[in-house]
Design a protein around this ligand. Structure first.
Ligand code: MG
Length: 388
């Protein structure tokens, strides 16, 4: 098979023909598909550019070698596209969902989101998935005729990976599947797992580079140990950096191959005829094999214990929490501390829904910050020596 030749789409792929379209009808694009237009709008959005300076695990300024949310999103897109192409589903839609999937993340990774969620507990909470949707549906202000990016239903459905029933009820058609317990399209399912493959593997790489993880300890993890043994047998004495890359690229390949093979077998077994048949399944059809699910679980537990809870990471997350907590309290207590544009939004949301609206505007402002911008804002608000 010529890998560069366009693959024909399976009957259950998402296509323009079976798309539920955009909230605001627009003339069809002339030189690209509807999903290409979605992808291009995401790439040109302000939220996408900010991903460059938002953390995955390590604070952005800790070193230029670490992943950011931007490079993570590109890695997810790469993995997702390979899988989508082989399975005959929409490669462009998969890429589009991957590039947008982390747009709603706060500064400082999960620590930032947890802190902001706590600040917002009396005002509807904060969830990065919902925030991604809020950005593409409402917060980007670039187009004359609508707020947000006016993306297709399928891209929005893919962005909203999970959602509580309570939130789903307020989201219209994009929330319906959470109430009806239906699946998203295969493109979204693939992106979900591609996300996991990307971050588990790059967190090992970044953790080793930062000196927080060690190779000997990692050999307790089966997925790592299997590839370690193969690389060491084939290339005894290989320089450590190259060995690590060889091991990790083989781990990614092993997981991607397992995902492709398992999903293909599940598709053959359930023989969906249409996209709707995919949505009607009780479980996602894109999946790891039971053995890979177990090994992946073991890897995740290892990373939780040895990387995410490492005292150096914990110091960073604890500091991040303080920054978010104090910024929220200051802005919520006195919205005149906000820059004029954010003040205007706080006033207009407060007029609509009182304190919850004001809190939401503050959360939008904080969530939009990059790591370094949040640190600078903290300095500008709280450090007496910084009076600018
Ligand atoms: Mg992600």
């Amino acid at each position: 098979m010529n890998a560069d030749a366009p693959c024909s789409l399976a009957p259950y792929a998402s296509t323009e023909a079976n798309s539920r379209g955009r909230l605001h009808p627009e003339p069809p694009p002339q030189h690209r598909s509807e999903f290409q237009r979605d992808r291009d709008r995401i790439v040109h959005s302000a939220a996408f550019r900010r991903l460059e300076y938002k953390t995955q695990v390590f604070v952005n300024h800790e070193g230029d070698m670490f992943r950011t949310r931007l490079t993570h999103s590109i890695e997810v897109a790469q993995i997702g596209r390979s899988v989508a192409r082989i399975l005959g589903v929409n490669e462009v839609l998969t890429e589009t969902i991957a590039l947008a999937h982390d747009l709603g993340h706060t500064p400082f990774g999960h620590a930032g989101q947890d802190a902001l969620n706590r600040c917002m507990r009396d005002y509807g909470g904060f969830e990065h998935n919902l925030q991604s949707l809020r950005i593409v549906d409402q917060l980007e202000e670039k187009y004359a005729e609508f707020d947000g990016l006016n993306l297709t239903f399928e891209t929005r459905e893919g962005i909203l990976k999970h959602c509580s029933a309570g939130n789903a009820r307020h989201l219209g058609e994009v929330g319906e599947r959470f109430l009806q317990k239906r699946q998203p399209g295969l493109e979204a399912q693939i992106t979900n797992i591609a996300d996991e493959i990307a971050y588990n593997n790059h967190d090992i790489d970044d953790g080793l580079r930062a000196g927080l993880l060690g190779i000997e300890k990692l050999r307790e993890v089966q997925l790592f140990a299997e590839q370690y043994d193969k690389v060491m047998a084939a290339y005894p004495g290989l320089e450590t950096r190259r060995a690590i890359h060889e091991i990790i690229r083989r781990m990614i390949n092993r997981q991607v191959t397992d995902l492709m093979d398992t999903t293909r077998a599940r598709l053959t077994e359930c023989a969906p005829q249409t996209r709707d048949d995919i949505l009607a399944q009780a479980e996602p059809l894109a999946a790891f094999s039971p053995a890979m699910r177990r090994m992946n679980g073991e890897l995740k537990r290892f990373l939780h214990e040895h990387l995410y809870r490492h005292y150096r990471v914990h110091r960073m997350t604890s500091k991040a929490r303080t920054i978010i907590d104090e910024l929220f309290a200051a802005f919520f207590g006195d919205t005149r501390l906000l820059p004029p544009e954010a003040q205007r939004k706080a006033r207009s949301l407060e007029a609509e829904s009182g304190a919850s609206g004001r809190a939401r505007a503050v959360a939008d402002y904080i969530a939009g910050m990059t790591d370094r911008y949040a640190i600078q804002e903290y300095d500008r608000i709280f450090t007496p020596a910084t009076l600018t």
